[in-house]
Design a protein around this ligand. Structure first.
Ligand code: UD1
Ligand code: CA
Length: 457
């Protein structure tokens, strides 16, 4: 089978400089959803019809199994398909998909392809309560399809028909070229309608078959931002139900957003309003608190991520406890049982088993040993204005509160850093490091006072 995906229409109702096919749905471009479904059908040829200057689309979906055809001007869906013909195998039927109908399911398409075989004309139709805007399926008294009439070309009786053309069709092998060449523009939009090939098929005695989708949302198109958000909710609901079926405990199936691939082990629980982007893996028993954002992250078994935590390109070890309000940035690699508390930022740092950074810290470009305890406000000064430098803290070090570690610097095993120390030289094993400071008490000191308003009266 050949598959042709049309994307060359105007898309003006999106009111955006971005091509419609590249607007996101569940974190991926609309067209990517269609291509994924198309690939599942293992077509012999797969052609995306694009307008001129569609470099963005080509770049985003480029792959060895995809061919592009240019439709220089949007002269209609029939003309769009015609532009792809030279790249197709004429001995095989053509399945036509739309770049802006992203939720169509492979199972539905397989039923259409099977019903059509290689010699019948297959149309995916649907019965809608409000069919306005769609092309209508016109049948004779015996129920045989005669033609498709566009909404704008339909008369009153035709407008009353509630069976609509989803646009997705399977055209029999070897027929498209002749039928498309015969199309005219005698219609309300002055376009060459692909839908007019149905009448050609009927005239040629080709059997027309119709198939309906399993779910009505499969055929919804994206023409506006409002429609895009409607489809986003549908996709998210589907993802949430798939997670629930896998045994994931969602606090609320309507309050989770997965913009990529989320893989969960057994007994995972996810509280409300979490966003998962890219590839996220949650191990057995992982617990995600409310309002967390996780992007390209691996969370090992039994870890607890508390509310309002951001994790991006980071690995969290088993049974670690993170947050609330923690920020783990790219390159944060935590072994098992690490504790990261509130307002702690970690970037490009490896923390070994049992390390604790519980309050108000910045740990960047660092190696933190096992069981190290960093006190409140401890900070690695990793950047000298030009280059980044590493801080190495060996096992069992204790770092007092409000310590600055001026990298490059090494604190050897078992050392202790007194509170408020600026560590700018390496600290030997088991030593106590401190900066000598004095404390003075000025007795009888009078704090400046604000003059009260009364004085001005
Ligand atoms: C089309 C169908 C209509 C159907 C509806 C379903 C025709 C004439 N009408 O109408 O029966 O109910 O889809 O949504 O086919 N495109 C091009 N080049 C063009 C015009 C369109 O590539 O010159 C592409 C668009 O990018 C889009 C698809 O074809 O992906 C459909 O175009 P659109 O203008 O949305 O079709 P409708 O008028 O909605
Ligand atoms: Ca149109």
């Amino acid at each position: 089978m050949n598959i042709v995906i049309l994307t060359a229409g105007g898309g003006t109702r999106m009111r955006s400089a971005r091509p419609k096919a590249l607007h996101p749905l569940a974190g991926r471009p609309l067209l990517t959803h269609v291509l994924e479904t198309a690939r599942a059908l293992q077509p012999v040829k797969q052609v995306v019809v694009v307008s001129e200057n569609a470099d963005d689309i080509r770049r985003v979906v480029a792959a060895p199994d995809i061919d592009f055809a240019v439709q220089p001007q949007p002269l209609g869906t029939g003309h769009a398909l015609q532009c792809a013909l030279s790249r197709l195998n004429p001995a095989l039927p053509i399945l036509v998909l739309y770049g802006d109908v992203p939720l169509i399911c492979a199972a539905t398409l397989k039923r259409l392809i099977q019903a059509a075989g290689s010699n019948r004309y297959g149309i995916l139709t649907a019965i809608l309560d409000r069919p306005a805007g769609y092309g209508r399926i016109v049948r004779d008294s015996a129920g045989c399809v005669l033609r498709i009439v566009e909404d704008r070309d339909a008369n009153g009786a035709e407008r009353a028909v509630d069976e609509i053309n989803t646009g997705i069709v399977s055209i029999p092998a070897g027929r498209a070229a002749g039928w498309l060449a015969a199309l005219n523009t005698h219609n309300a939009q002055g376009e060459r309608y692909l839908t007019d090939t149905v009448e050609c098929a009927v005239a040629d005695g080709v059997e027309i078959v119709t198939v309906q989708p399993e779910d009505r949302w499969e055929i919804f198109g994206v023409n506006s931002q409002a429609q895009r958000t409607q489809l986003e909710r549908i996709v998210q609901r589907n993802i949430a139900h798939a997670l629930l079926n896998d045994g994931v405990r969602l606090a609320d199936a309507a309050r989770i957003d997965v913009r990529g691939a989320l893989k969960c082990g057994r007994d995972v629980s996810i509280d409300v309003n979490c966003v998962f982007e890219g590839r996220v893996v949650l191990g057995d028993g992982v617990c995600i608190g409310p309002n967390c954002v996780l992007k390209n992250a691996v969370i090992d078994a039994g870890a607890v991520i508390r509310a309002f935590t951001h994790i991006e390109e980071a690995n969290i070890g088993a049974r670690s406890v993170i947050g609330p309000y923690a920020r783990l940035r790219p390159g944060a690699a935590l072994d098992a049982e690490v504790h990261i508390g509130n307002f702690v930022e970690v970037k490009s740092a490896h923390l070994k088993q049992g390390a604790k950074v519980n309050h108000l810290s910045y740990i960047g470009d660092a190696d933190i040993g096992a069981r190290v305890n960093l006190g409140a406000g401890a900070i690695t000064c990793n950047y000298d204005g030009a280059r980044k430098h590493r801080t190495v803290i060996e096992d069992d070090v204790f770092i007092g509160s409000d310590t600055q570690l001026v990298a490059p610097v090494r604190v050897a095993r078992g050392a202790t850093i007194a509170a408020g120390t600026t560590v700018w030289k390496d600290v030997p094993e088991r030593a106590l490091a401190l900066n000598e400071k004095t404390q003075i008490a000025r007795l009888g000191y009078r704090r400046p006072e604000k003059s009260s308003k009364k004085d001005f009266k």
